[in-house]
Design a protein around this ligand. Structure first.
Ligand SMILES: C[C@@](CO)(OP(=O)(O)O)[C@H](O)COP(=O)(O)OP(=O)(O)OC[C@H]1O[C@@H](n2ccc(N)nc2=O)[C@H](O)[C@@H]1O
Ligand SMILES: Nc1ncnc2c1ncn2[C@@H]1O[C@H](COP(=O)(O)OP(=O)(O)O)[C@@H](O)[C@H]1O
Length: 319
């Protein structure tokens, strides 16, 4: 029996621009992704002679083959049948700390951890880039989650180029427990409402890629300019999620108001939502804004975290 334990961080999107339609039904994106300290813990244990199973006591996380981590294990077994025969199935235990369907890539990071962990347990020696290629079969956010840190993501989100590390960015993150947003719904609604500005042919997409507005965010990151990073936060999916979820607007507005008083750098919804984050410059300020926001919205359904940007993705802490 072999086992390993991994830290699987969530992500936020500092920038998300939808630039067009793709023949595969996905959307062509330009995103700036950032790993954060809020993380699941994933434990893997080989099970000689037994099938793969997932253990997770979070009521909204499936433990059958809908679980993205189980799918990652199945993909590895399919691609590496010899190692799979030798080691048998794997028990995947997920300690779920990342809120589910929140726009924070919780399922994707568990899948990424499973790929990284099985690479270690099965002594496969796969490179980060090979693991990312496998991850792209599981979901658009999985390749980013493998290496994590700060990165530009293009294509449907699976093409990753590392960016300089964002240091000293602290965050207040909020999410209503009972609210979940389906990513497929968010993109579908965007397509229905704003699809007429889409470009679908490759030449048009290439021309559009040259005109994306992510340049100022990328240069703010290169210059380590936190206040400019705060000004350049952007997410196209806010345009479809905010009109349907008034609580998200209330949380966003409250964080913006705290910002005016406490010097918040910027506020934005992450991914397809409904989580919203505010960027600040110190841990103490993050704690203060978190407390003030909890006082301003005294709703037990609202969960708030003080967290921070981190420079790494999946971290194997023991094997
Ligand atoms: C919006 C983002 C931003 O990082 O994150 P989340 O909010 O899910 O965390 C991602 O684009 C989500 O990535 P991920 O959650 O991996 O999506 P996938 O499983 O690949 O796709 C789920 C569904 O979203 C839509 N989809 C996703 C990615 C993309 N570029 N175009 C799309 O249209 C498709 O309808 C797809 O069926
Ligand atoms: N390991 C997992 N953790 C969380 N959700 C999972 C997992 N595997 C599958 N899911 C399913 O994926 C859906 C999206 O969850 P999640 O990945 O947390 O959100 P998001 O796509 O917003 O980042 C959930 O509704 C859940 O049913």
């Amino acid at each position: 029996m072999k086992s390993c334990s991994l830290v699987a961080p969530a992500k936020i999107n500092l920038y998300l621009e939808i630039i067009g339609d793709r023949p595969d039904g996905y959307h062509e994106l330009v995103m700036v992704m950032q790993s954060i300290a809020l993380a699941d813990r994933v434990e893997l244990r080989t099970l000689a002679g037994e099938p793969t199973r997932v253990c997770c006591d979070h009521p909204e996380v499936p433990t059958d083959d809908r679980n993205l981590a189980a799918r990652a294990a199945m993909l590895m077994a399919q691609r590496f049948p010899e190692a799979s025969r030798r080691w048998g199935g794997v028990e995947i235990t997920i300690d779920k700390q990342i809120p589910v369907a929140a726009g924070l890539a919780g399922g994707s990071t568990d899948a990424a951890a499973t790929l990284v962990g099985l690479n270690l347990l099965w002594d496969l020696g796969l490179t980060v880039s090979e693991l990312q290629d496998l991850g792209a079969f599981l979901g658009s956010d999985v390749p980013f989650c493998i290496e994590g840190g700060t990165a530009l993501a293009t294509g449907r989100g699976e093409k990753i180029s590392p960016l300089p590390t964002v240091e000293g960015l602290y965050l207040v993150l909020g999410k209503y427990r009972s609210l979940q947003v389906s990513t497929a719904w968010a993109y579908q609604t965007f397509r229905e409402q704003f699809g007429d500005r889409y470009i679908s042919d490759e030449a048009g997409l290439e021309e559009r890629r040259q005109r994306v507005h992510s340049g100022p965010m990328v240069s703010a990151i290169a210059r380590h300019d936190l206040s400019k990073i705060g000004n350049e936060l952007y997410n196209d999916l806010e345009r479809v999620v905010l009109p349907v979820y008034p609580q998200v607007v209330q949380l966003r507005d409250t964080l913006v108001r705290q910002g005016a008083a406490s010097g918040v750098l910027g506020v934005m919804m992450s991914g397809s939502g409904p989580s919203v984050f505010a960027g600040v410059e110190s841990e103490a300020q993050a704690q203060r804004v978190r407390e003030e926001t909890a006082r301003a919205i005294p709703n037990p359904d609202l969960e708030l975290w003080a967290t921070q940007a981190i420079p790494t993705g999946i971290d194997a802490i023991s094997s």
